[in-house]
Design a protein around this ligand. Structure first.
Ligand SMILES: [Zn+2]
Length: 448
């Protein structure tokens, strides 16, 4: 199955296999060639403006705004922008650790010498490796606390979003709204409930006296209602850090991104968030969104919002921009309807003109054997003797194929890369419920 095809726009899409779409995605190379052809005389990069506003209740929301990053220090053509939101729980350790380390882990998972096309194509895999490495490294620091992560990388008009947990990134472009992030709540995905249950977790609602079940689906013990996060080692390693990754290319008309924690989304729909802040610059827009959310529900949770405007390429502004239509009630899909019974509650989207916002990539599968593997055009980016997750050098014969499965000896493709070090292989199997990591075995009653 190609990991480069699929459909974008599933607000609740989160589980494995959600990207097994119809193969309508436009290859990145084609898009970039088209971009070069049509913009030969134009500045390549749209302008970005960003703003942030937050009202704290518990002090566990953290943000990362870095509009000026360079992959290759001193090389302006390697510049990109990064934005992150981390909504912590059970303490702020995981949120702070992730904020401080994630971008470095992403960059170290991509070879430095890639051209722009290859860097953008490598990003989805690098994001998966970096999320898992950050989670694994954090486990050596603390057992408790976890965080949602919504991490956005903008390079030119290509927007790449990786997410675990229930903070959200939504895009408004050309009058339509697109969900670019996950909604990793047990309530949003039967697939995720099944995955966690099969890996040894216990998912159910809170039982009150009298036997009534109340509230959202949660994982017990602990009562976490997220199925994926960074941290949460004390809950169980089946709460995996493998992100949903979506990558889209905006048209020259640009767009607006809202990245916000559930304090906003529990109170406001994306339509209301965009509408209440329309025409405002990013910072006042973020403030307006947070205040509208707090007015509607009270300050019940940390409520944080980042707004990023990706400004239209002015050389194209002689073409009249389509008028935005406030209050569109239907989330539109970009190419094709979602197949089958995925978790999306917005499955009846309309077919949409692919010249507007073009999908490049979507995958939310929890399996590393799929997410780290690829038909990637520069397949050898995972050098044979470097662990695909932690990037440690492997001696010959030390690497374990990401396809190796100790519960099924003799599994196919065990000699195929990419390869993992012993410790990352143990992490992978713990995430899949096939073993318990060394220091969680003492409080775990089951198996092996
Ligand atoms: Zn490793």
């Amino acid at each position: 199955m190609s990991s480069r095809s699929g459909s974008v726009g599933g607000g609740g899409s989160s589980g494995g296999g959600s990207s097994a779409g119809g193969g309508a995605a436009v290859p990145l190379a084609v898009l970039l060639r088209r971009e070069v052809a049509s913009e030969r005389t134009a500045p390549e990069r749209p302008e970005l403006h960003s703003g942030l506003f937050s009202q704290a209740k518990k002090g566990e929301d953290f943000t990362f705004l870095k509009p000026e990053c360079e992959r290759l220090p001193g090389v302006p053509s390697s510049s990109f922008s990064a934005f992150g939101l981390f909504d912590g729980h059970n303490g702020n350790g995981a949120a702070i650790y992730t904020k401080e380390n994630l971008l470095n882990n992403i960059l170290s998972a991509v070879p430095a010498d890639l051209n722009r096309e290859d860097w953008l194509a490598a990003l989805p895999r690098a994001l998966v490796a970096a999320f898992v490495k950050t989670d694994k490294d954090f486990q050596t620091k603390a057992r408790s606390s976890g965080t949602t992560v919504t991490f956005v990388i903008i390079d030119g008009s290509v927007v790449t979003v990786a997410s675990v947990g229930d903070s959200r990134c939504v895009l408004e472009a050309e009058g339509a709204i697109y969900h670019l992030s996950s909604d990793h709540r047990f309530d949003a995905s039967k697939e995720e409930v099944d995955r966690v249950t099969e890996s040894g977790g216990d998912v159910g609602r809170l039982n009150v006296v009298g036997g009534a079940e109340i509230g959202p689906l949660r994982c017990w013990p602990g009562g976490l209602c997220l199925s994926r996060s960074i941290g949460d080692q004390d809950v169980g390693e089946f709460i995996v850090p493998v992100p949903l990754v979506k990558q889209v290319k905006l048209s020259t008309a640009g767009g607006r991104l809202i990245i916000a924690s559930d304090g906003v989304w529990d109170a406001l729909s994306p339509e209301v968030a965009f509408n209440c802040s329309r025409e405002l610059p990013p910072e006042p827009a973020a403030e307006q969104i947070v205040k509208t959310a707090v007015q509607s529900k009270g300050l019940r949770d940390d409520t944080t919002c980042i707004v990023v405007d990706i400004i239209a390429d002015k050389t194209h502004s002689s073409m009249p921009l389509p008028k935005k239509q406030p209050g569109i009630g239907v989330f539109k899909n970009m190419f094709c309807k979602k197949k089958s019974s995925d978790s999306s509650s917005h499955s009846d989207r309309e077919y949409m003109d692919p010249d507007i916002v073009e999908e490049i990539f979507e995958d939310g599968c929890a399996l590393l054997s799929r997410r780290l593997d690829s038909e990637y055009p520069v397949r050898n980016m995972f050098k044979l003797f470097i662990c695909a997750i932690c990037q440690v050098e492997l001696k010959p014969n030390q690497g374990i194929s990401v396809h190796e499965d100790s519960s099924q000896p003799g599994s196919l493709r065990r000699w195929d890369g990419p390869f993992l070090c012993q410790s990352c292989q143990e992490k992978k199997e713990a995430m899949e419920g096939k073993r318990h990591s060394r220091d969680s075995s003492r409080n775990s009653g089951s198996s092996e």
